[in-house]
Design a protein around this ligand. Structure first.
Ligand code: NAD
Length: 308
């Protein structure tokens, strides 16, 4: 790398295509990691919506850009612009990471991989687990598909009746019929089916909140009303990580459950993308210390609680 700065004639660009984009933590996460490992890459965010996406992908392809992340609203729109899809991206019908391998654009979905790895880091193996999964948007879909691929035995998906409900039905169908060589049973259910939700939670190993409930402006709210719905052997995981301890996780802890927030998913989905582009392991602990120190998240959580 040049002595005159981090960018030189050999620097490889990694992009992020999304809108809105200014809040994204991905540039900081990846640039910090490139710098820490002395890798000659730079990560830049580009404000790109559906209208510009095809032109941008064409431009990135002709510039031989190594790869990029894709976020809302482009995760499904990009499917038809790529040459190959990973199994997770194919079955979730969504891509969050693209890599250019010798001119072939390959789409991956690392969100579900990040979720499963986050659990693994907490000592939990998804294999054989019965899961109640609440939410079938982007996060819920990626989690459902990856958990099925990685050997969960049952996934009971609950979603409120809204524009994402059809996706819950589709995800259950995909798991039951389309993913080869798995032994997983999935159901799709309405959140209004309260007794059914309680029943599945009682016989689950893991309950996952993959909805926006718990995150601003729904902070202080929980998708599970109280601890009587839970049992002490449950693992309760939340995709939300700000605040670090959502109301759901507070309820879970009061019921004696193991409670896990979404920070692991966030870090490991990035780490998986990093590995796809560079072949190297992201220094996850270092990134966590630098970008998500406990004291910072605690301050944010206190501020949110005070503001209520
Ligand atoms: P999305 O818009 O695609 O889906 C939203 C989901 O939340 C749907 O299932 C919807 O039915 C449900 N929902 C929304 N409001 C609700 C309410 N009031 N009651 C019940 N259900 C409600 O969003 P997404 O991309 O799937 O994101 C969902 C959450 O996951 C967000 O909080 C997001 O920040 C978080 N997320 C975390 C990570 C991570 O790495 N930890 C990654 C992606 C998303």
């Amino acid at each position: 790398m040049s002595d005159f700065g981090r960018i030189d004639g050999k620097t490889q660009l990694i992009g992020l295509l999304a809108t809105p984009i200014k809040h994204s933590l991905s540039p900081a996460m990846h640039n910090l990691s490139f710098q820490k490992l002395g890798l000659n890459y730079a990560y830049m965010a580009f404000e790109v919506g559906n209208e510009q996406l095809a032109n941008v992908v064409k431009g990135f392809r002709s510039l031989n850009i190594r790869g990029w992340n894709v976020s809302m609203p482009n995760k499904t729109k990009i499917l038809n612009l790529l040459d190959k899809l990973s199994p997770a991206a194919k079955f979730a019908e969504a891509v969050n990471t693209v890599v250019n391998e010798d001119g072939i654009l390959i789409g991956h979905n690392t969100d579900g991989i990040g979720y499963v790895r986050g659990l693994k880091e907490e000592g939990i193996d998804i294999k054989g687990k019965r899961i109640t999964l609440i939410g079938a948007g982007g996060a819920g879909t990626a989690i459902a598909i990856q958990c099925a691929i990685e050997g969960a035995s049952e996934i009971h998906i609950f979603n409120r009746i809204d524009e994402t409900f059809d996706r819950a039905v589709k995800n259950a169908d995909t798991i039951n019929r389309n993913i080869p060589n798995i032994d997983c049973i999935a159901t799709a259910n309405s959140m209004d089916e309260t007794e059914k939700l309680k029943y599945y939670i009682q016989r689950s190993d893991i309950v996952t909140n993959a909805t926006c409930v718990g995150m601003k402006p729904l902070d202080g709210k929980s998708i599970i009303p109280d601890r009587s719905w839970l049992h002490s052997n449950l693992i309760v995981s939340d995709v939300v990580y700000i605040p670090r301890k959502t109301r759901l996780l507070e309820i879970a802890e009061s019921a004696g459950c193991k409670a896990i927030n979404g920070l692991g998913m966030m870090l490991w989905q990035g780490a998986e993308a990093f590995k796809i582009w560079t072949g190297q392991e992201m220094p996850v602990e270092y990134v966590k210390e630098q970008l998500f120190p406990d004291r910072l998240l605690d301050v944010k959580q206190t501020m949110i609680t005070k503001a209520k």
